[in-house]
Ligand binder design. Structure first.
Ligand code: FES
Length: 151
């Protein structure tokens, strides 16, 4: 009789502990997937005025994770997110390459992958002239690789 009671008590406690564990796990997963805690960076933001950009010679990175690059045709933007697994490449000014610190992918300043494992080019967010002679980036819109903003 007491053996039966102990077994029933043990099973009941096991079910309760299992259900509690599942509830905690579910709550943690829900919180993890619903809110990362970090605020979303803005999708559209100014990157400088026309005179400021005219004075720049080298590619320039902004806090929002965008490179501004100028070639003979004009200005364009590159999203600083490696197309392999999303790390942030850094500029090697001597080689004029963006080098990913995670697995070594390299991108030229056109954004083309010149060394893997990344195979796809860096994304090109839209770049446009806004009010008051400000240049803006919109990371929600993609620019054609041939696009250049002439200032
Ligand atoms: S994330 Fe850039 S090479 Fe892997």
């Amino acid at each position: 009789m007491s053996l039966d009671f102990s077994r029933r008590l043990f099973l009941s406690l096991s079910v309760l502990l299992g259900a509690g564990s599942l509830a905690l796990l579910g709550r943690g997963l829900l919180r993890y997937f619903s809110d990362s805690g970090a605020p979303e960076p803005p999708a559209r933001f100014p990157v400088g005025t026309v005179p400021e950009l005219r004075a720049l010679k080298n590619p320039r990175k902004y806090h929002q994770g965008v490179w501004l690059v100028r070639d003979e045709g004009g200005w364009y933007a590159l999203l600083n997110r490696c197309t392999h697994l999303g790390c942030q490449p850094a500029l090697d000014p001597q080689a004029r390459l963006l080098v990913c610190p995670c697995h070594g992918s390299r991108f030229d300043l056109q954004g083309r992958a010149v060394k893997g494992p990344a195979l796809r080019p860096l994304a090109r967010p839209a770049l446009y002239l806004g009010p008051r002679e400000e240049v803006w980036v919109d990371t929600k819109k993609e620019a054609d690789p041939a696009f250049r903003l002439r200032l």
